[in-house]
Write a protein of this length. Sequence first.
Length: 280
Amino acid sequence: MSRSIASPSRAVASVLVHAVLAALVAVFLLPLLWMVVAAFDSAPSLRAKPPTSLTLDHFAAVLTPRTVFIPVANSVLICGGASVVTVVASVLAAYPLSRYNLRFKRPFLYIVLFATGLPITAIMVPVYGLFVQAGLLDSRLSTALFLAAASLPFGIWLSKNFLDGIPIELEEAAWVDGASVGQSLRLLVLPLAVPGMAVVGVFTLVLTWGNFFVPFILLKSPDRLPAAVRIYAFFDQYGGARYGELAAYSLLYTLPVVALYLAVSRALSGRFTLGGAMKG
């Protein structure tokens, strides 16, 4: 009797949950669908509609060194460098937080957690002044280091949770055999933490790859701007846009990140999940 009474409510709840999920999927997929359709449509517009005829002219217009190749190369240098620095610094910072009972461990973790939610726009004015006084303006290296520093709190938080999942007994056995802390970290912990490091690296790359505001403020030379900033070239000063070229450029712009995710996912043989990062 209790099962028959509870079943209709469960069915209604299931339908509502699936309806909400379907609506969320549609919200995220419709812009992607417009981008793909408009990239090949000979007469694209802001509305999502079936293409009147297919063409590759939009790709031919954007596939130039100034429009695509140089900005994408700058994005790889800036965002890739920021990802590498973030991964290395996050592991080195998260290791003592995961393995030792430090005196200020809990307050430091609270500060890191608070810093993950700090909007980067809130600190750009003093950062810009610092870059001007230090002569670091219009430098791809300094921009990459700042993006790495901005991504570091999130990287430390993820890395610590991954390192917490590696039993310390493995290191203790290595120490008994005469290994130093550095040797156990390099030869034992880091190989086991590769999936977590991959998650931190890909997350950092994705977050910095789409960052428009920071390089727009810190870089001035057109030949040093990343692809995220060069996208504004498809908008005119009166609010209009070349929708076909914009869609083709956006489609090409997303390919490196998607290719990296697929490559890392295949290399890790299905271990590329966020389950370990969400523990604790």
